[in-house]
Design a protein around this ligand. Structure first.
Ligand code: PXP
Length: 248
């Protein structure tokens, strides 16, 4: 892959959300994952939440078996999740805040305050060969802490930028974008690989994809929603096209 490449990780959590609404086996997130990889996803992302509200343990077993692209396993920093990750040894682990949907302002992981615990938490994952990513806000303190604990990757939280755009708060949106731009460059200069995600849509993806330091975008909810209207393959193809256009 050329150095300038930008990977697309497709998050399939919300296929499982729809499945679980009926308590049946349909629609199957594994089928979505297969379609996504054929449609150009460079990786599949799945978040095993502590309450299993969408992705299940069996989904993770299945993804580890069927995927030909890397699995990015999102999880909270708990002993239970660490044990599951160590059993599967996925290509990548992304550590995200626990119970983050209970917060009004969804943010990234508080690394700076939990540096010691998180350093011990990620060490065995790294030793097992997983690429460890930390989901954080565009905040210099958090980035420095993520670097100190030994994470190879940070994923910058794009939720505030996307929300400001969706709500027409364009001055806020532009300020968020500027922070994301500055912090992408800052993290890259520290030697961290930079990813970004949360809330990205066709309208918001290009500004982020244009940051040269960003190597991967993880996108879920919008793509699964858009799949209802145009099908999963065309929905992903259009996202890929926009990313490539922004990058060119
Ligand atoms: N990146 C991380 C770390 C996430 O937790 C999520 C949501 O699970 C995403 C990206 C994707 O966000 P969205 O579903 O809003 O595209």
């Amino acid at each position: 892959m050329p150095d300038n490449s930008l990977r697309l990780g497709v998050n399939i959590d919300h296929v499982a959300t729809v499945r679980n609404a009926r308590g049946s086996a349909y629609p199957d997130p594994l089928r979505a994952a297969r379609i996504a990889q054929e449609a150009g996803a460079d990786g599949i992302t799945a978040h095993l939440r502590e309450d299993r509200r969408h992705i299940s343990d069996a989904d993770i077993d299945g993804l580890m078996e069927v995927l030909s692209v890397p699995l990015n396993f999102e999880m909270a920093a708990t002993p239970e999740m660490q044990a599951i990750a160590l059993r599967h040894k996925p290509h990548a682990v992304c550590v995200v805040p626990e119970k983050r949907e209970e917060r009004t302002t969804e943010g990234g992981l508080e690394v700076a305050r939990e540096e010691n615990r998180l350093a011990h938490f990620i060490a065995p994952l790294r030793e097992a060969g997983c690429r460890v990513s930390i989901f954080i806000a565009a905040d210099q303190r958090q980035i420095e802490a993520a670097h100190r604990i030994g994470a190879q990757v940070i994923e910058l939280h794009t939720g505030a930028y996307c929300d400001a755009h969706a709500e027409g708060r364009f001055a806020d949106r532009d300020a968020e974008l500027e922070s994301l731009r500055e912090m992408s460059a800052f993290a890259h200069a520290l030697g961290l690989e930079v990813h970004a995600g949360h809330g990205l849509t066709y309208d918001t993806v290009q500004s982020i994809a244009a940051f040269p330091e960003v190597r991967e975008l993880n996108i879920g909810h919008f793509l699964i929603g858009e799949a209802i209207f145009r099908g999963l393959t065309p929905a992903i193809a259009e996202m890929r096209r926009l990313m490539d256009e922004a990058r060119a």
